[in-house]
Write a protein that binds this ligand. Structure first.
Ligand SMILES: [Fe+2]
Length: 192
């Protein structure tokens, strides 16, 4: 399996000014159609990486990575995910949505999987994404996100999904069974 390290920051298509998280929230809330993967990547590439902009969403949970809702409209949603060391998603797809991730703090490990003819999944690629890196998942992509940093090293990531996530598929390397999976949200530290 290939493992690559990168600090590559996504290069924007156009020379437009910076965006704050508040301004991007307004854009998400005002959408009239579902944005493309490239459109979301371009928004993220303009974002100012200031902790004070996302501090109110920087909330952790000791049991599981915390999904803190920033914006949710008809066509897209945006969340800040906070991960303690060792916390990880299941192996999953996005059930018909595209997803883009921006790393705010720490090192994100992303492993990509292929579906085998028998139905189980096998890893084929792993990336380690540093602060400022942007990565995207297209509709058929299957992946797992992990904070594999040593104890005490947190990870904070910004995610945008379009359209908003509903029911996802959860896969296993040991079983051909596919499980349905619906994620919860946190708003101001409380599950909703
Ligand atoms: Fe995902």
């Amino acid at each position: 399996m290939r493992v690559s390290y990168t600090n590559t920051v996504y290069a924007p298509q156009s020379t437009v000014s910076e965006l704050t998280l508040g301004e991007l929230t307004q854009i998400i809330n005002a959408l009239k159609e579902t944005p493309t993967l490239d459109q979301i990547k371009e928004w993220f590439s303009k974002l100012v990486l200031r902790q004070r902009d996302y501090d109110e969403y920087r909330l952790f949970n000791s049991r599981k990575y915390a999904r803190n809702l920033v914006a949710r409209g008809e066509f897209a949603e945006m969340l800040v995910l906070c991960w303690r060391s060792g916390q990880r998603t299941p192996i999953h797809d996005h059930g018909g949505s595209v997803g883009v991730i921006l790393v705010y703090e720490g090192l994100l490990t992303e492993t990509m999987f292929h579906r085998q003819p028998q139905g189980h999944v096998r890893p084929y690629d792993t990336h380690r994404w540093g602060p400022g890196a942007i990565t995207g998942a297209d509709v058929p992509d299957i992946h797992q996100l992990l904070n594999l940093q040593p104890q005490g090293r947190d990870l904070v990531t910004l995610h945008c999904y379009a359209p908003p996530l509903t029911v996802l598929n959860k896969y296993s390397p040991r079983s051909s069974k596919v499980a349905r999976w619906r994620e919860g949200y946190f708003a101001s530290g409380a599950g909703i």
